[in-house]
Design a protein around this ligand. Structure first.
Ligand code: SAH
Length: 364
């Protein structure tokens, strides 16, 4: 049986080393062997767990967030509700159920799921079959018809391929993947330097750039600035640009060598929120945050929601809800509240979105 590893070896033998960006792109999205293309990686039996899979409260609160944003937008009908990389469709399913308490919002919804994986699109279709709202699929934001939009993305940006540059002998060189003497995949750096990258660093430092992320934020910000609306992006990453190699691979809930099993493990890189914010802001959109996921969820009411659900539940279920709440909000080891961050991008005419502080007015 051919695997992605075999294909990559042939490719590298024929054409020479490939960039980390190309490696990540093929490992995740190769049409036949890409990680997301033919499997369900989520949940206890899969490779990793995401916030909407931990608790229904995550998607429910985001559904209510979207309803409030819609009302701030002047309640446009129709409004596109777009989800980026919806995974199993759990977040959208929970969001649409919670939105039942705002029937005019639900009635205005034209839902679009932006997904590259046919396997996951089929799962989303199955789960959302009886959601009671029209749903369509797209592969890019451009395919979503014009008009005001509310865009949601949880763990979308971290799945976009990054370029890595390594400081070596006083210059930046692109990190590549080659074959070593034994025919095994190994990291290396390209011989030619990248003189256009400004900024010095100590030898060995790694700089990550997410070109697909920048292109996407530019397109998203431009659309919201021109056509109205808001976006909520939640991901793990850092608020300030820094150096460091954050490429990581998860398989069956364990970290593994990113080069060991291409296509069989989930490859991600931390999101550089400051960099993403710069691209969105360059289009004239307003950017809020990033703030810690824990602070965001508390500000939009996770504690009340936990209490309300727990009061109606048996003791065991009430404890589960409390544990899920702690995992999403807590900032300790193994908890997501500080590791994950939330950022909003909106049309400048909108008030600050729920959960985010207003942007301070510029002095003078
Ligand atoms: N949001 C989900 C899944 C996160 S995993 C959750 O929180 O559970 C990343 C998702 O993004 C998967 O659905 C994957 O197939 C999708 N994806 C990855 N790259 C994409 C791209 N370039 N365009 C659209 N979807 C993409």
């Amino acid at each position: 049986m051919t695997t992605l590893l075999d294909e990559l070896k042939v490719l590298i033998r024929l054409k020479g080393p490939i960039t980390v960006e190309r490696y990540m792109e093929l490992a995740l999205a190769h049409p036949d062997y890409g990680f997301y293309m033919n499997r369900d990686p989520f949940g206890a039996s899969g490779d990793f767990t995401t916030a909407p899979e931990i608790s229904q409260m995550f998607g429910e609160l985001i559904g209510l967030w979207a309803a409030e944003v819609w009302s701030n937008m002047g309640s446009p009908n129709p409004v596109r509700l777009v989800e980026l990389g919806p995974g199993r469709g759990t977040l959208m399913s929970d969001a649409l159920r919670a939105a039942r308490i705002v029937p005019e919002f639900r009635a205005a919804l034209d839902v679009w799921l932006m997904e590259t994986s046919p396997t996951l699109a089929a799962m989303q279709h199955e789960l959302l079959l009886d959601a009671g709202v029209a749903i369509a699929w797209a592969q890019t934001l451009k395919e979503v018809p014009d008009g005001p939009a509310i865009v949601i993305g949880n763990e979308f940006l971290d799945a976009l391929p990054v370029r890595q540059f390594v400081r070596s002998n006083g210059q930046w060189r692109e990190r590549v993947v080659r074959l070593d003497g034994e025919g095994t995949l190994a990291f290396d750096v390209a011989p030619e330097p990248e003189p256009y990258i400004r900024g010095a660093a100590r030898d060995g430092e790694v700089l990550e750039v997410n070109p697909a992320g920048h292109r996407f934020m530019f397109e998203l910000g431009g659309r919201l600035a021109k056509q109205g609306g808001a976006a909520l992006l939640i991901d793990y990453g850092h608020a300030v640009t820094g150096f460091g190699d954050t490429l990581q691979a998860l398989r069956a809930h364990r970290f593994v060598d990113p080069l060991a099993m291409p296509g069989e493990s989930d490859l991600t890189a931390h999101v550089d929120f400051a960099a993403m914010a710069r691209s969105a802001a360059a289009t004239g959109a307003a950017v809020y945050g990033p703030i810690d996921q824990g602070d965001f969820l508390r500000a939009i009411g996770i504690d009340l929601r936990t209490k309300a659900l727990a009061e109606r539940a048996g003791q065991e279920r009430a404890e589960e809800l409390q544990q899920a709440r702690n995992r999403l909000v807590g900032k300790g080891k193994g908890e997501m509240g500080a590791l994950f961050k939330a950022m909003a991008v909106t049309n400048r005419n909108l008030p600050s979105p729920p959960g985010f502080h207003p942007i301070p007015a510029r002095p003078g």
